[in-house]
Design a protein around this ligand. Sequence first.
Ligand code: GLC
Length: 657
Amino acid sequence: MKWKRAAPTRWELGFDLPRDAQCIGLGEHCSSRLNLRGRSWTMFATDDPNHLESMDAMYKSIPFLILSRGRKSIGLFLDSPGRQKWNLDEELCERGSVELLSRRGWRLFILGPAPVPKLVEAFSELTGRAALPPLWSLGHQQSRWSYPNEKSVMKIAAEFRRRKIPCDTIVLDIDYMDGYRVFTHSKKHFPRFRKMIGELGRRNFRVVTIVDPGVKQDPKYRVFEEGRKAGHFCTTAKGRLFIDRVWPGKAAFPDFLRPEVRTWWGEKHAFYLQNGVAGIWNDMNEPAMFDHMKVLPRNTNQLPPDSRQLFLQQTAEGRVGHFEVRNLYGFSMSRATHEGLARLRPNQRPFILTRSAYAGIQRYAAVWLGDNMSWFEHLRNSVPMLLNMSLSGVPFCGVDIGGFGADCYPELLLRWYAAGIFYPFFRNHCAMGWRSQEPWAFGPRVERHCRNFIETRYRLLPYIQSLFWEHHRTGAPLMRPMVWHFPEDEIAARLDDQFFFGRDILVAPILERARTQRNVYLPRGVWHPWSGGKPLVGGKFHTVEIGHGDVPAFVRDGAILPLADVVQSTADLPRAPVTFTCFGSSARGVYFEDDGRSFDYEHGQYNEWQFAYQRGRLTARALHHGVERSGRKWGLARSGFKERVRYLPPTIFSSSK
Ligand code: GLC
């Protein structure tokens, strides 16, 4: 690794890129390939809804690159929130470089050589791990920009229950607010806000509300006046309030780098909690500014003087031009939200979703990858993009199922749900003006298949909880590239249209229109098709038929999956029988359980079981037995679930009901 200060505000770092190294990780980039090698990528928080091949910068910046080479992989973490351009051997001469715009310097962490899982473990030790999310947030979330009023929200919720399609969360986009003023609700369209949320709660729905950083400039609006008087908003070099346009029109932007601003912002969330809101969605937090869509010209190779960086932000070391710390804006906003919720509702796991992020965001929020389109290309991209996000330390990630912009259509929705049940964050969301894409939007046949997919997600929830527990302990993400489990397998290492969901499920979705077949590479071992049929022998490609209603997954022989009976919302999950499903004649698996709500697991209040299946006998051993109390709802109270264990032959759930 070599570096130099090429200009007062520009650093250049160079490194060798061995021919056989794949470049993976590096946060969020619009790419149909996992391997980012062969071009350059910019990290500078940008709201650009055109997710095309030519796209350079996106919303998030996670400057952690893995040079993947089996057991000799290397991790590079260039810690700096300034603009970074990574050139990954664009010149095809086995060199990589980074151009960083900063006056203040950087820190570089080099990890390895080691296998990829070890690097991610070390990186997550450095930047933190996600705590266990609230169980409800792992269920199905239904969103729309926007359900315009109470009636439409209640109707959507009623449809889910009437049609028996599981769902936990209704997400309210910007129109729940009074003129897009954050920390308010519209008296006209949501006059009974609290009551409505209460009624939804009685039907086991949680509500997540969007909260953007831009505070409407309006002297009659308390939040704006409070923030202005206290000096909480970002100001220009001349000391004037910085104003730009976002959804509410002219708005001011809190300086989330300052602890007192974060505290203030966090406290404001009492408004949501008093109204019964369960989780917060932080959007537009690059921050997006309609008068400055392109914040820095692409070819700029020096930081402009502070006075020409739109506004300044306050750090412990003094005032800094915004561009130099821009990549921390969304991160700090989510931090403020997370810390606020944790203070206001102690011992309840917060759920926060964010669009912009920096390394370490997993400590505060889940992420989704912004404004994709209802295109098969974007379904295809979601696999490598989420894998790279996962490798960048962020386990709780997803993309808008069905696609955000453009009209979705039946085949696309089906294929998207089939893949999406394996996204850690599982939300259907759609932009204004486009065709509705709720699971029943395209008639009974599509609805039946979507129901089956969503039910499969709910069956998998005990497995998913165990995976989050694994992440918490080791940093392992839920979505893993093939190389994660088969570092020596050179074919597996190059595949990015299939992935592992935890150790035991290999997902190979259909990612193209008008296809019912695909090739799937099964690594060595024996694999059980989820939708039934003979076990397949690995170590080679198989051409498999994947019908519109089929779950595109293969279970590793030797696995035991804890699968719950279907429930309509996670509120009923603690009472649902769990079936320990053994794949193969000898198998093992783990099962984690806790209350799904609190942080008591940090004080040992959980059970972790190891199951083994051999010669027709299933045995369970407690690795940790922290729940003595036989609470009605969980733990051993499931009156010795051992008795309820059902032994099933290797392939079990048929997708056609
Ligand atoms: C942004 C978000 C999108 C949201 C919209 C309106 O485009 O990315 O998800 O629906 O703003 O709030």
